[in-house]
Design a protein around this ligand. Structure first.
Ligand code: ATP
Length: 338
């Protein structure tokens, strides 16, 4: 029996969570859901967007499936997502971008995974203004790149590639300009690559890489890069395959892993029953792979692919004018699993 911390989240979160739970349970994989609150839902009940109960559950279970959360504006609350990443040292953000037949995407041959360093770089949070009297004259942000941080993210990318049967890892950098931070990342990346002679290694400069991704994304397999570049390139990759409605991601640490839909709480459609559950279901696929349930993961992925390809029971974001609801799309996916 796998016990999973389940965070239904805010906005469309609870609707897509019910759909994802139903699909995962339909595979027959033995799962016990440890339901926990975070975001606005938690603020209303516990007075904090990230209650100790939720942290404790994740600490205990080490695996979480999380729907989108709202970080309350004002009140000085830190982003729940950022806090979870830091608290559990979830250093690898893994985001597959896969083409789905039947979507209105720019390409139909994309099958790449971005592995983004999640804890340091320019997002280390070290920044300040420089003031002369009352005037702000400058702003500075410090990028932190550590040997440990580089080593573990590049190593993770290679291990991931090997496990997933992928052949190539591209390290994305800007070492020609950022000689220290990006330079260190590249230097350590080259060393790590030598330990994986079975996986092809290539180096890409980030600006040229962005252009190549748009021109010919089929040439990419696994990309590994620092925090800021990874943030941007993983969204770019999602755009290549039809946007956020199908984009899932994982935040992985040495001890714990959290799986999520990349999109937000979509307040404009919350409660209407028309949110696309696919991204969270695909996050569930990544979660099943992580806990060793590969067969169930493949079955769900195939079922999602079939439903999207047929284009009948899909939510309006995938097919404008479609009347299918979140539940109907989930039902169609469950039916394919039988
Ligand atoms: P947040 O503030 O939580 O980031 P947001 O609305 O600013 O919310 P997203 O939630 O990512 O950002 O939504 C961007 C757009 O995409 C919205 O119009 C939303 O309705 C749509 N959208 C996002 N996720 C889905 C989904 N799962 N199904 C259908 N539409 C979605």
């Amino acid at each position: 029996m796998h016990t999973i911390t389940l965070i239904p989240g805010d906005g469309i979160g609870p609707e897509i969570t019910e759909a994802a739970v139903r699909v995962i349970e339909a595979t027959g994989v033995p799962v016990r859901w440890d339901r926990q609150l975070a975001g606005m839902a938690a603020l209303e009940k516990y007075g904090t967007p990230l209650p100790e109960e939720t942290l404790e559950s994740f600490r205990r279970n080490k695996v979480a499936l999380k729907a989108p959360l709202t970080t309350p504006v004002g009140g000085g609350y830190r982003s729940v997502n950022v806090t979870l990443r830091q608290e559990f040292d979830l250093f690898a953000n893994v985001r597959p971008a896969l083409s789905f037949e039947g979507t209105r995407a720019r390409f139909d041959n994309v099958n790449l995974v971005t592995v983004r360093e999640n804890t340091e770089g320019l997002y280390a949070g070290i920044e300040h203004f420089i003031r002369a009297g009352r005037e702000t004259v400058a702003a500075e942000s410090v990028a932190v790149v550590t040997r440990l941080g580089c080593e573990r993210i590049v190593d993770y990318a290679f291990r991931y590639a090997r496990q997933a049967g992928r052949r190539k890892v591209a390290l994305v950098h800007k070492a020609n300009i950022l000689k220290c931070t990006s330079g260190l990342f590249l230097e350590i990346g080259r060393q790590v690559a030598q330990r994986y002679p079975d996986i092809q290694f290539e180096e890409r400069i980030v600006d040229a890489c962005a252009m190549q991704m748009v021109l010919d994304p089929g040439q990419f397999d696994v990309l590994v890069t620092t925090n800021l570049f990874g943030d941007i390139l993983s969204d770019l990759a999602a755009g290549l395959v039809g946007g956020l409605g199908l984009a899932a991601g994982a935040n992985i640490g040495e001890d714990a892993a959290m799986f999520e839909a990349v999109h937000g709480t979509a307040p404009d459609i919350a409660g209407k029953g028309i949110a696309n559950p696919a991204a969270l279901i695909l996050a569930g696929v990544m979660m099943l792979e992580h806990i060793g349930e590969q067969a169930a993961a493949r079955r769900i992925e195939q079922a999602v692919r079939a439903v999207i390809r047929e284009g009948v029971h899909v939510t309006p974001d995938l097919k404008p004018g479609s009347g299918a609801t979140t539940q109907e799309m989930a039902d169609a996916i469950v039916a394919k699993l039988r």
